[in-house]
Ligand binder design. Structure first.
Ligand SMILES: [Cu+2]
Length: 239
């Protein structure tokens, strides 16, 4: 059986931290702007592209304005090259951001004419093509949109779903030396704890759940996962 654990907590914490105030509106294209982290991720490196997605922007006969495809499913950590083509008769743009980021930007664009040239966007005249290379570092729900006044409302937006990456945990081998049920601790003679950069030694570990001790006996060979819980390396899984 494969033991997989979600690395979700850290990702969401990161998303939340970057969600506030990460997007400024200086349309400055200097070097400093390029590496900037946003909730939705950061500019990707051309030599690290995992996948290319073709995107078409156009108007429809019904008067709608659309993106094709209308949504993207992406895995956390992927770097995507979006090759964007304006096959319509009007100018359009492709902007990647959080929903809040797009909403803010849209409001600004309603008040003054501006054209985007941030690394997370490309503005295209009819018949033009361009690209955005983007690394989706955080899991979560994001959005692509055209923020030219009226276009969002005419249909030019869609969800970007970035799925959490599953991380395979490393189990460390050890032998149970002593069990202290009263204090919820177990002493383990263990091999190197690779994830924590710790050499082989004998250590006293608290367990995440006291019931884990019931399954243990002194001298037993085990495989375990230790995580930092409230600053202490704690046994969080056993087999
Ligand atoms: Cu548009």
């Amino acid at each position: 059986m494969k033991h997989l654990t979600l690395a979700a907590v850290a990702c969401f914490a990161a998303s939340a931290a970057f969600a506030a105030g990460s997007h400024d509106h200086s349309h400055d294209h200097s070097e400093g702007e390029h590496g900037k982290m946003m909730a939705v991720g950061m500019p990707g490196k051309a030599d690290a592209v995992d996948r290319t997605i073709d995107v078409i922007m156009r108007e429809t006969d019904d008067g709608d304005m659309i993106f094709e495809p209308s949504e993207f499913d992406i895995k956390q950590g992927e770097t995507i090259r979006f090759i964007v083509s304006n096959k319509g008769e009007l100018e359009h743009e492709f902007v990647i951001d959080s929903q809040e980021g797009n909403a803010k930007h849209k409001e600004m664009m309603a008040q003054m004419e501006m054209e985007h040239d941030d690394p997370n966007s490309v503005s295209l005249e009819p018949g033009e093509s361009g690209e955005v290379v983007w690394k989706f570092a955080n899991a979560g729900a994001f959005e692509f949109a055209c923020l030219i006044p009226g276009h969002y409302e005419a249909g030019m937006h869609g969800p970007i779903n970035v799925a959490e990456t599953m991380v395979e945990r490393i189990y460390t081998k050890g032998v149970v030396k002593k069990i202290k049920p009263d204090s919820g601790k177990v002493t383990i003679i263990h091999e190197e704890l690779v994830e924590h950069d710790m050499p082989a030694m004998t250590m006293v570990f608290p367990v995440a759940d006291d019931a884990m001790l019931d399954a243990l006996s002194e001298g037993q060979k085990i495989e375990f996962v230790a995580d930092r819980v409230k600053g202490k390396l704690t046994i969080t899984d056993l087999k």
